[in-house]
Design a protein around this ligand. Structure first.
Ligand code: SAM
Length: 586
């Protein structure tokens, strides 16, 4: 321990907070917080005025952020530069652990006071760390913090005491520990620009310097955007007023490690987001295409994740698909070869836009195809019959052709160039890592979902064929000349025949006429074997199950909503299957 005194600024904030209105929670021990603050404040008097009003607003902001996170069932709170903040007691909730980071001397003083006051600190892990130095991520994980569990990080009234490069390092370290449910709340300097405000800021600098804790940075809202971007956070919208007061709320941005500052991402879900769902350099895509193909781009528009419509000078339009950096360029080249093969076979698929249809932009493979003008097919019996027929026709193509002979079937938002077994494996790993962000009471539900993921793809020994993994109406364009063209071929390859039939029948299952039409179209080309009929419910459930599990694992849906939706899909599938008659039934 150094001979540094305990933090006087932290003691002053505690004194101000004694007079603040606080939000009540249905849990915790507000009296413990008050007792600690009173003990710390002692006879210290704090004046009413601008500082008191500012701290009241700041306290309210951080209280709301904490209560919102706890309502989202966050189980880890990190309080960076915690000082004498008593939220870990005021808002102490069973099952939630708080990590308080500060200088050892302030922490020792706080712990001594808590012991003297008889206040238990079992929910708090004290991590002494000098925030001017790197290493916070490691210090926290060593102290039991789990990157795979969502967390709230609060850093209230602290950045001003750190030099700007240390703030950036700190944000990078915290980002390395983030997962999809993680949020970061910070306070920086207010950005009011009138003369009074500058005078108040100057006065603040004098006061804290007098307390031996000089202000080392004055980050404003103008600085924070760049700082967050470099440390791979994205701001969450707050009211004008909150922004002017210097309050910041951020969520992780899933730029791959190495792009910004800070150690690599530790959480499984975070790394998945970076590997599969991140695209960088979108702003520069047009100029990349212009130089790669010697064309002039008039306009470019992102239609879906990584899918861009490119309007060329003249009347031509292309689609540029930007794949993640984790996908090797060779595998995008195999997509291009596949499209060439389908063209030779006369199959109505989108076509490459150029003989060299694959380029690499910022390490990401880019495939260009000709834009198919028209509208997505409507979900009616004609469309489903056509889709069934097209799938049957694909199954009839030569599975030994080099362009066809790659594992297919897996959903390309989960894994590339893989069969459905690998898809289930990838989903299982992603889902298993969510265990740390699921409250104990829901652990059994998560186990049930994991079991379902493991049992909806065991189609070993069933007939294989070449197929498109997601032959549903939105992937078929009805052109102005009346043709139907199938798009989005990533994931096409060899797969059990029922792997793509399942999602087609699931998409059709809302209406008996659609379901009958899809099956009738398919059966014009393929006769299913009894073992395939037996596995149809699993094949139909596979895609909704993956969608459900993925939505939860990537933070888009709660576990409860996920399970409810999946249960409804399952019931609907059982009902639809009950109406199908297998020719093998007696
Ligand atoms: C103004 S106080 C705020 C305390 C608390 N966040 C609150 O709002 O009640 C600033 C805190 O940051 C801590 N701090 C400042 N610089 C630090 C550093 N380099 N390493 C660790 N803690 C630091 C101080 O010890 C102090 O507890």
């Amino acid at each position: 321990m150094t001979d540094r005194p305990r933090s006087a600024t932290a003691a002053r904030v505690a004194a101000y907070r004694l007079g603040s209105d606080r939000i009540a929670a249905g849990y915790g021990d507000a009296a413990a917080d008050d007792a600690l603050a009173a003990d710390v404040a002692g006879s210290q008097e704090v004046p009413a005025g601008t500082m008191a009003r500012y701290l009241q607003a700041r306290t309210g902001f951080f209280d709301r952020v904490v209560l919102n996170a706890l309502a989202r069932e966050i189980t880890q709170v990190v309080n960076v530069g915690a000082g004498y903040d008593g939220r870990a007691w005021r808002y102490g909730k069973p099952g939630v652990t708080w990590w308080e980071v500060d200088h050892a001397v302030t922490q020792a003083d706080k712990q001594a006071r808590l012991a003297r006051l008889g206040i238990d600190a079992g929910q708090v892990v004290f991590v002494s760390h000098d925030l001017a130095e790197p290493g916070l991520a490691e210090a926290l994980t060593t102290a039991g913090f789990r990157p795979d569990a969502g967390s709230l990080v609060i850093c209230e009234g602290v950045t001003v005491y750190l030099p700007p490069p240390a703030v950036e390092t700190l944000l990078g370290e915290l980002r390395a520990l983030a997962t999809v449910a993680t949020r970061l709340a910070l306070s920086i300097a207010t950005s009011t620009s009138d003369a009074d405000a500058s005078a108040r800021r100057e006065q603040f600098r004098e006061v804290v310097a007098g307390l031996g804790e000089p202000a080392l940075s004055q980050l404003t809202t103008a600085d924070i955007a760049g700082l967050l971007e470099r440390s791979r956070w994205r701001p969450v919208d707050l009211s004008e007023r909150a922004q002017r007061a210097g309050f910041v709320l951020a969520a992780p941005a899933w730029e791959p490690s190495g792009v910004g500052s800070g150690p690599p991402t530790a959480s499984v879900a975070g790394r998945f987001m970076e590997d599969m769902l991140n695209r960088s350099g979108t702003q520069a895509l047009a100029s990349h295409l212009e130089s790669a193909y010697d064309i002039r781009v008039r306009a470019i528009k992102e239609l879906d994740l990584g899918v861009h419509r490119v309007d060329l000078a003249g009347r031509q339009r292309w689609i540029a698909r930007v794949f993640p950096r984790s996908r090797p360029a060779d595998s995008a080249l195999a997509d291009a070869a596949l499209l060439g093969w389908l063209a030779d076979a006369g199959f109505p698929a989108e076509r490459g836009a150029h003989p060299d249809a694959v380029s690499v932009h910022r390490g990401q493979p880019v495939l260009v195809t000709r834009y198919v003008a028209g509208r997505a097919a409507r979900a009616n019996p004609d469309t489903f019959r056509l889709l069934g027929e097209l799938l049957g026709r694909l199954h009839g193509l030569d599975p030994d052709h080099p362009a066809a002979r790659r594992p297919g079937g897996a959903w390309h938002h989960l894994v590339f160039d893989a069969g459905i077994d690998l898809e289930a494996e990838a989903m299982g790993a992603l889902l298993a890592a969510t265990r740390y962000r699921v409250p104990a009471a829901q652990a059994a539900s998560l186990d049930a979902l994991l079991t379902d993921v493991g049992t909806h793809s065991g189609f070993d020994g069933l007939p294989q064929a070449f197929g498109h993994p997601d032959l549903v109406p939105r992937n078929v364009i009805h052109t102005t000349s009346g043709d139907a063209v199938v798009i989005d071929w990533a994931g096409a390859g060899l797969m059990p025949r029922i792997a793509p039939l399942g999602p087609l029948l699931w998409a059709a299952s809302a209406k008996p006429a659609n379901l009958d039409a899809a099956l009738a179209g398919y059966q014009m080309h393929v006769t299913l074997e009894p073992a395939e009929w037996d596995k149809l419910p699993a094949a139909m459930g596979r895609v909704p199950l993956m969608l459900a599990a993925w939505s939860f694992a990537t933070g888009r849906r709660s576990l409860a909503d996920t399970l409810a939706w999946w249960a409804a899909q399952r019931t609907a599938i059982d009902h639809a299957v009950g109406q199908l008659s297998s020719p093998h039934q007696s």
